[in-house]
Design a protein around this ligand. Structure first.
Ligand code: HEM
Length: 414
């Protein structure tokens, strides 16, 4: 767990793209590299179950979240959920975000700060507003705690409830969130608004399919989790790399200044190409979802390997993003590798997979793009930040990859 990339490199060199390993006491088939990513994610013939993979890790906490559904049932839910991610819906979410970001950033002090807790706070506040459409007030601490506990529980080594330990804290967190969302459903059903909760309550397909109350609760809990930590990790990494590469920080700041406004509108998203490149590179260097589990629903033949029915599988976006075969000088922060004149990501369609692929590809990827751009744009206009020249951010790889030290930086108000 301390050096997952090094370990996987060793395994890949020794055994090739498919090998048995042990994880959390399970025998698992590790499938490494872009070809294996493509094979599993495209999932032709419905060979790999998402539920069978994810349920073991996060099932009790993210019960019936869309990522844990399979095949026809998954497609049914996805068609409805898609209605909450249309261009118009995104436009509405962005409108809600702008002022909230400004207010959140205004509370950041000058001098030494830790980025991770600050960004986490900001994205949580945004999520409660943009997702739920309301201020949580004094309940926000309780909700924050419930989220952190629910998410961390997925990687508990002791996988049964012992009071005070990760697993039971996660179960308690889930109960808090269920209650919170269930209490609100009648109000949300009664009138339409431009928040995600409302969108889920009113989403209807052309065939008239809609979510039940239970579906809405399950999807809300999953969506808030899926959006919150992944975006926080992406932003933290952007802070880190832009502090380590001040020339990039200045370049992006110039771009943001040239736009001439503080709060982004939907049409502005394409006008910040530098942030787009930096974000792609940050996602390459630190895939917020480092590995993706699956389970085979029948015997599978792949590349001369036989994988028995019922096997746990893991794919590893994190490792793929460091394969020198596809990413020259892979450790280096080099956003230009995604620029038109280089497009290193085009070397293989599954070499850059921070958002997964196929039927379960992240439904929130445009939302994430929008949120990261909206926040970073305002940060660049308001602050300059730096780290000591020899600073290397330590990454905690025992759960989702976050800076172990919270990422201390020095912030200067502009
Ligand atoms: C940088 C930010 C993000 C990253 C890196 C990310 C990554 C991922 C990945 C890798 C998957 C696929 C999991 C699998 O195949 O097993 C996924 C699925 C998903 N993501 Fe994201 N995500 C991000 C942001 C978001 C946001 C902002 C939302 C919602 C607003 C969201 C909602 C979802 C949902 C609902 C799924 C499940 C889709 C399905 O199963 O059909 N994600 N995400």
């Amino acid at each position: 767990m301390r050096d997952p990339v090094g370990l996987m490199r060793q395994r890949y060199d020794q055994y090739g793209p498919v090998s048995w390993t042990r994880l959390f006491g399970l025998r698992v088939v590790q499938m490494l590299g872009p070809d294996a990513n493509q094979f599993v994610l495209m999932n032709k013939g419905d060979l790999f179950s998402n539920h069978g993979g994810w349920d073991f890790f996060i099932g009790p906490f993210f019960h019936r979240g869309i990522m844990l559904l399979d095949f026809e049932e998954h497609r049914w839910h996805r068609r409805i959920m898609q209605q909450a991610f249309t261009k118009n819906a995104l436009r509405g979410y962005l409108e809600r975000m702008g002022p909230r970001i400004t207010a959140g950033l205004d509370t950041w002090p000058e001098g030494g700060i830790k980025v991770l807790p600050r960004v986490k706070r900001l994205t949580l506040d945004l999520a409660t507003d943009v997702f739920m459409g309301q201020e949580l007030g004094p309940r926000s601490e309780q909700v924050n705690r419930a989220f952190v506990d629910t998410v961390r529980a997925g990687t508990a080594l002791l996988r049964f409830p012992v009071p005070g330990l990760r697993w039971s804290k996660g179960l308690r967190g889930r109960r808090v969130l269920e209650q919170l969302f269930r209490d609100e459903i009648p109000t949300k059903r009664a009138q339409e608004d431009n928040d995600l909760f409302s969108a889920l309550c009113h989403a209807t397909t052309e065939d008239g399919d809609r979510f039940s109350d239970d579906d809405v609760v399950n999807h809300m809990i999953f969506l808030m989790m899926a959006a919150h930590d992944t975006t926080t990790i992406t932003l933290s990494n952007l802070f880190y790399h832009l502090a380590s590469a001040p020339e990039w920080q200045e370049r992006l700041r110039e771009e943001s200044r040239a736009l001439g406004k503080t709060q982004l509108e939907y049409e502005d998203l394409e006008k910040l190409p530098g942030i787009g490149l930096a974000m792609k590179e940050a996602l390459r260097l630190c895939a917020p979802v480092p590995s993706l589990p699956r389970r085979t629903v029948r015997d599978v033949e792949y590349d001369g390997f036989h994988i028995p029915k019922g096997s746990f599988i893991t794919m590893a976006p994190y490792f793929t993003h460091y394969m020198e075969e596809y990413w020259p000088d892979a450790e280096r922060f080099d956003p230009e590798r995604f620029a038109e004149h280089r497009r290193e990501d085009k070397v293989h369609p599954y070499a850059w997979v921070p958002f997964g692929g196929g039927a379960h590809k992240c439904i929130g990827l445009h939302f994430a793009d929008m949120q990261v751009k909206a926040i970073l744009h305002q940060v660049l206009l308001k602050y300059r930040w730096r780290v000591p020249a020899d600073y290397v951010m330590p990454v905690d790889t025992t759960s989702l990859p976050v800076p172990k030290d919270g990422l201390p930086v020095t912030l200067e108000r502009l």
